[in-house]
Design a protein around this ligand. Structure first.
Ligand SMILES: [Fe+2]
Length: 374
């Protein structure tokens, strides 16, 4: 009796397993059909859905990206990388400032960074000017953002003499980012939550950018330096960087963020920096495209030092002059206040979509743009 009971129990368990197995198989088939349909019509976002459903990787060459962790997704069957590109963490918001100096103005900008909920701060150089120093600058930062907030530095012309004084504290503010050293101590690659950034200084070359980002497998890439080419800013700065570094970053599909000129200006999508050619297939003022061969350039130099005039590409109101390459200009004539640019990567559940804006210390949002990665 006892044996029959056990046999019945085993038989029941076996039937249950068979039933569950059939259900699982039907669910797999159903999901496979759904994913195939999504991939046929939906592109990258659907590819992400496919990964999250543990379905086969797409075969169209599109990136397969984990929208939550930012980790590279692997094929569950082969264990091999399902994609050459890694997404950032979902809704990763970072801030960009430059030309800060130290003191009240700078601290007010830092409060904007904090209040906007940025996960990290990229500083494109000229931290402390004459009469101040690295210790005071870090003291300002830590007063507002704390002793371990992720802060990534670029060397500006005013930083050269005291650069080594910034580095010990900078090591405490990596926030879990990985650092790959370049040719000198102001050249490196930083990867923060799936966002890859190449940092160089004046005098560095396109080959340096290539060394840092050429074989990088992250979807969203940044190129960060301080100085400009004359045509890549709207004030009085001259050409100091050379076109090659801009071109290399464009070829790699990396967003270029600089400072040095004390205003905020952002180009449209450019297919050539040296000719200031707006990409005819993505020419919107506020909907930008980034990918191999095209990107945009930002000067974010309203970190606290002062606010300067727009002297190039007049008029001061949109559409601006030159070749109509500027999507947004914010200088003294536009009533510019100090502030920071923010970009949030991997938004709306789409690893290939980003949203940017500039927020000033009075709480005003003066630029809004979206970026779609190819
Ligand atoms: Fe500068």
């Amino acid at each position: 009796m006892s044996t029959n009971k056990d046999t019945n129990a085993i038989s029941t368990t076996s039937e249950e397993r068979t039933r569950k197995s059939k259900i699982r198989r039907w669910v797999e088939i159903f999901l496979g059909l759904c994913v195939a349909t999504l991939l046929a019509v939906g592109g990258a976002a659907c590819a992400v859905d496919a990964v999250e459903d543990d379905a086969p990787a797409p075969e169209d060459g599109d990136a397969v990206l984990d929208s939550e962790s930012g980790d590279q997704v692997t094929d569950p069957e082969t264990g091999e990388a399902a994609s050459a590109l890694t997404a950032t963490a979902a809704n990763l918001k970072v801030a960009f400032i430059g030309d800060t100096h130290t003191g009240t103005n700078f601290k007010n900008v830092l409060k904007v960074v904090k209040n906007e909920g940025a996960s990290a701060l990229f500083v494109q150089g000229d931290m402390a000017y004459a009469g101040s120093n690295a210790a005071t600058w870090w003291s300002n930062v830590e007063e507002i953002l704390g002793s371990s907030f992720p802060v990534f530095l670029v060397q500006g012309n005013h930083d050269v003499g005291m650069w080594s004084n910034y580095l010990p504290k900078a090591a405490n503010h990596l926030g879990g980012a990985t650092r790959t050293a370049g040719d000198h101590n102001a050249q490196y690659k930083t990867v923060f939550k799936g966002l890859a950034a190449a940092t160089i200084k004046k005098g560095d070359s396109a080959a340096d950018i290539d060394d840092l980002l050429g074989s990088d497998t992250h979807l969203w890439k940044l190129c960060l330096w301080h100085q400009n080419q004359k045509e890549m800013q709207i004030g009085g700065k001259t050409s100091e960087m050379g076109w090659e570094v801009y071109s290399k970053c464009r070829q790699l599909g990396a967003i270029v963020v600089t400072a040095h000129e004390h205003s905020y200006e952002r180009t449209k999508t450019l297919s050539s920096m040296s000719n200031q050619t707006v990409d005819s297939s993505c020419s919107s003022r506020s909907s930008l495209c980034v990918g191999p061969g095209r990107t945009f350039v930002v000067v974010s130099g309203l970190g606290g030092e002062d606010v300067r005039d727009q002297t190039r590409c007049l008029p001061t109101s949109y559409p601006h002059g030159c070749k109509n390459e500027w999507g947004f200009i914010y200088a003294s004539q536009q009533g510019a206040k100090d502030g920071a640019m923010f970009i949030t990567f991997n938004v709306d559940g789409n690893p290939k979509k980003a949203k940017g804006y500039f927020k000033n210390v009075n709480g005003g949002t003066v630029d809004n743009f979206t970026v779609t990665h190819d």
